[in-house]
Design a protein around this ligand. Sequence first.
Ligand SMILES: Nc1nc2c(ncn2[C@@H]2O[C@H](COP(=O)(O)OP(=O)(O)OP(=O)(O)O)[C@@H](O)[C@H]2O)c(=O)[nH]1
Ligand SMILES: [Mg+2]
Length: 423
Amino acid sequence: MFLDEVTVEVMAGAGGNGCMAFRREKYVEMGGPYGGNGGKGASIIFKADEGLNTLIDLRYRRVIKGSKGENGLGKGMTGKSAEDVIVKVPVGSVITDVENGLIIGDLTKNNEEVVVALGGRGGKGNIALATRTNLCPSYAENGEPGEQRKIKVELKLLADVGLVGLPSVGKSTFISSISAAKPKIAAYHFTTLVPNLGVVKTKDNRSFVVADLPGLIEGASLGEGLGDEFLRHIERTRVIAHIIDMSASEGRNPIDDYRVINKELENYKVNLLKKKQIVIANKMDMEGAKENLEKFKKEVDVEVYPISALTKEGIDQVLYRLADLLDEIKSTPLYDEDKFESHVLYKFEEEKPFEITKEGDTWVISGEKVEKILKMTKFQTDESIIRFANKLRKLGIDDKLRELGVEDGDNVRILDFEFEYKD
Ligand SMILES: Nc1nc2c(ncn2[C@@H]2O[C@H](COP(=O)(O)OP(=O)(O)OP(=O)(O)O)[C@@H](O)[C@H]2O)c(=O)[nH]1
Ligand SMILES: [Mg+2]
């Protein structure tokens, strides 16, 4: 089965906790700190694999979780880092952060990787936390939480040429006569339900990839027929080859066919008419095709290549032209910021330090940074509490609370941790 869009939740592993330990040796009086750091949590990494051509493997993996790093140990031993989770996806997968719509990764080459959720770093053990003023800290840090996000994975085929046209015009017949692809061919509409790729080699040894897509009909961009979901694969082709049944074997007018399809291309969420397009006039072996072609050429100003996908007549000329066009526009980027506004790359944002609200009598402090500080604090000793309080002060939380009118003895809460405010 073919699947080209899935949504999954990714949860990277937290770092292991740092260890608080002290050196105890028979003849050494002041042993000093001896706790090692926690190991790194598992990151979730997506990797392009040219052996895959659908996202079906992801369908039943609604949540992808990485494990936590191991905790630090005594004798200064660092905990083991968790092994990253590598998720293989087809080449052409685009990964978007669902929350803000930004693109995290666009895997266009085999083995290309992108970290979609970063594992937390290990918490520091008390050896690493020693400073000149505190040689033997009696606290250690918890591991940093792993990143979590909901992502959309879309497969956008990376073909050079996309074949579009109404049903039964001969798209699949064409790709099977120019490549080794063997799609189903039949006289009924919507024979092709999923895209097929074929590698084409011209007689002068140039090679490119063609995608045969399911038939489009009027209103496809509004969801008619198989809808426009397959047009996403055209988004990244460099040339569109528009196939028309020039024999009008189904009683339509080829000129209307041409306009109907172009309207759908134009109405798609990115205007696909801006792409280079050629017309392939197919079924020229049939009666009436020549007359129709003359009328078509008079009426429509576009490059037309008459062929018969069945007898293979005219096919070499089309392939040479396509190869020439691809040579000409070789340097076009996969996406062009003007044309594809949706393609905004992900930028990591500075985490918001904090926000203070009041719930009843309680001051509630929230924000990624302050919550992370809390999660990374291990409230083992007075000293660790002082360190925590200092960190909050450095963020400016004390000043802000005072500005808002906090009084000694007021309740303050961060996540589910409550404490009394003291100046
Ligand atoms: N006479 C003639 N028949 C053709 C030619 N090309 C395709 N056909 C016939 O047209 C019918 C439809 O061909 P397909 O290749 O399945 O058409 P398609 O465009 O892929 O159709 P969908 O996948 O349904 O959109 C089949 O019966 C083919 O044998 C041609 O050049 N000449
Ligand atoms: Mg087909």
